[in-house]
Design a protein around this ligand. Structure first.
Ligand code: ATP
Length: 596
């Protein structure tokens, strides 16, 4: 396939924010290429070269790419940087410079395969001389490209492709292209993705053999499974009611979710909640897991929590976050912030894939699989059948330093539902007893300049929740409290990579911030209550035609949710259920009516 044809589709995808239109562009594209080429096409579409969990990065810095553009277009570097200041995007600059008559060398048209393999060479080059090699490859690609091709090559190299195509739109398109557009086919494609986290692999299988081909995609050590997620409950009697009177309650540890892959031989891999590999950050767990897990291969899940080794007490979550994303000082941090992994599930046990077993069977397996070691333990669990019993366990969990309890269904259908949120797992946290049931993970979509003491910095951020049905981000608050000076100083640099000139199509709000951001950064906020507002657009029309949900007195908790991407933020539906539970609580105490 010619790269120019793919780029023409990129242009069309970028020009629309309508999911159906995107899907039909993708369906036509996917049907055009042979199955063997689909994986690279799908990865490229997501701005990647390999499935995201493999962490393959091009390692091209802005300055390096700018130098390549200058060389390829025979333009002084100063002219390139002046242009970037104006366009805000090196890709657009490359396109403009190449459009000038002197820009292009008139070479062989690029093929998709060729671009992919050259980009892969850039990613693979490391060590001495690699910067020069990266530049050389990039210069050759840009010099051969047409102006729009160059735009996308540069954006890709910088990790800023931003076609706006989400995973679930690709899932829709794959099922429509190679099976049918019905619900069942789509669910099968999504299930294959949830179990493999590799859309390229799913694409190739479904293209070759339709839905039957998906059954060949097995759970494998080294390939993360998308995590099962929990719903919330308002109180413990609600939990028990939903669980039909009997449930397994577990401590809800406040740390980092870890999926550990332990092969029969070879090294252990650890993946975060968003499936980034974090093995190097926790070498002590990598080392100790093969001792703690004595049947292999195995895939287990747990929460990694900071502990005080002297007293065995759990420490606050913030401490473990110091170990995320660190490449240096690992040994010192390991000493300073010792952690313990509390295991709560098993997805592969030797030769047996266990995800389709009901939870009680998986827990039994886990109990026979794990031998407690210093750093690896089983999550504390108790089967309860009454509210007072549940309350006692909850109090015990809080006293032990946990943030609440997780209730797990014991029903026959309590399989491990990869990638899905449902009432098979219910979280109930301590804060639920306060006015607003839970904290909210909002996506930063805009910023307002500060005044007075905050002059020259951002004064407040505009936050949105995610609405997966409409694939858009709906604003629910403007938050200016809870930021300390150091955070305020760092905010512009943290958000700069996501800055865009106009409101992104996928953002819905009645406010006009000074700066817009592409939805990417997620932060945790708390507030006094959820109210209806004519300005915010979260769930607009669901309760009243012209009002959305808004958080009163929002406050940043200090916790950036770097483990979540925008699509993992709190959803509109969750916000609505928080609103409803709050109204229900108020109406209970006042004897008022249930909400509509
Ligand atoms: P979510 O993961 O549901 O989107 P979140 O990341 O904001 O939400 P919480 O609302 O605090 O997290 O609750 C869910 C998380 O609790 C799980 O993803 C997991 O990391 C953690 N957790 C702690 N203890 C357990 C347990 N015993 N069983 C399952 N999960 C647990």
């Amino acid at each position: 396939m010619q790269f120019a044809d793919l780029v023409a589709d990129y242009e069309r995808l970028e020009a629309t924010s309508k999911r159906l239109e995107m899907r039909s562009i993708l369906v036509d594209l996917f049907r055009k290429v042979p199955p063997a080429q689909l994986p690279s096409l799908v990865y490229l579409m997501q701005g990647e070269l390999r499935p995201e969990f493999e962490g393959v990065e091009l390692g091209v810095a802005d300055s390096l790419a700018a130098r390549a553009v200058a060389q390829a277009t025979h333009t002084p570097e100063k002219t390139v940087s002046d242009s970037v200041r104006r366009t805000g995007d090196l890709g657009t600059t490359a396109e403009e410079l190449l459009a000038k008559p002197s820009g292009r060398l008139g070479a062989e048209p690029l093929k998709v395969d060729e671009v992919y393999s050259e980009l892969t060479r850039i990613a693979a080059s490391s060590g001495e001389g690699s910067q020069e090699l990266k530049i050389r490859i990039l210069v050759e690609l840009i010099a051969r490209a047409t102006p729009p091709e160059a735009k996308y090559i540069v954006r890709f190299a910088l990790g800023k492709l931003r076609l706006g195509v989400r995973e679930m739109t690709i899932v829709d398109a794959l099922s429509a292209a190679f099976a049918d557009a019905g619900k069942e086919a789509r669910a099968a494609v999504e299930a294959a993705y949830n179990r493999s986290s590799d859309l390229g692999l799913v694409a190739e299988h479904v293209a070759r053999h339709g839905l039957a081909g998906l059954r060949e995609i097995k759970i494998e050590v080294g390939r993360p499974i998308r995590p099962m997620l929990a719903e919330r409950a308002l109180n413990l009697s609600d939990v028990l009611e939903r669980m039909h009177g009997r449930t397994a309650l577990e401590y809800k540890y406040d740390g980092l979710r870890v999926q550990a892959h332990i092969p029969s031989g070879g090294t252990v891999k650890l993946f975060s909640r968003r499936l980034d590999e974090i093995s190097t950050q926790f070498p002590e767990l990598v080392k100790e897991l093969p001792t703690a897990i004595h049947r292999r291969p195995a895939i287990v899940e747990g929460e990694c929590v900071p502990v005080d080794p002297e007293t065995d007490e759990l420490r606050p979550f913030q401490e473990v976050s110091r170990r995320r994303g660190r490449k240096h000082d690992l040994a010192r941090l390991q000493e300073e912030v010792p952690v313990r992994l509390f295991l709560f599930d098993v997805l592969l046990d030797g030769p047996t894939v266990t995800v389709d077993e009901p939870f009680p069977e998986r827990r039994k397996r886990l109990e026979t699989l794990v031998k407690d070691t210093e750093r690896v333990r089983l999550a504390t669990q108790k089967i309860v059948e009454s509210v007072p019993e549940a309350q006692r366990f909850f109090d015990e969990a809080i006293a032990a330093g946990c943030e609440g309890v997780m209730a797990k269904s014991l029903a026959a259908g309590s399989t491990y539902r990869a990638g899905a949120r449902g009432f098979w797992w219910i979280k109930y946290k301590r804060e639920y007893t306060h006015a607003l049931a839970d904290s909210i993970d909002g996506v930063v979509v805009g910023a307002f300049y500060g005044h007075g003491r905050r002059g020259g910095r951002y004064g407040a951020l505009l936050l949105a929740v995610y609405n997966p049905d409409k694939d858009r981000f709906e604003s629910f608050c403007k938050v200016g409290s809870g930021f300390d000076d150091a955070t305020l100083d760092r905010l512009p640099a943290k958000l700069k990579p996501y800055e865009v000139k106009e409101r992104p199509e996928s953002v819905l709000t009645g406010l006009e911030p000074d700066v817009w951001f592409r939805p990417a950064v997620v932060m945790e906020v708390r507030g006094a209550e959820l109210t209806l507002s004519p300005i915010h657009r979260a769930g607009v029309g669901l309760i009243r035609p012209d009002a959305g949900l808004a958080l009163r007195f929002p406050r940043f908790t200090g916790r950036w949710r770097d483990d979540k991407d925008a699509a993992n933020a709190t959803t509109t539906k969750e916000l609505l259920s928080l609103y409803r539970s709050q109204v229900r609580q108020i109406s209970k105490s006042s004897g008022g009516e249930e909400p509509t």
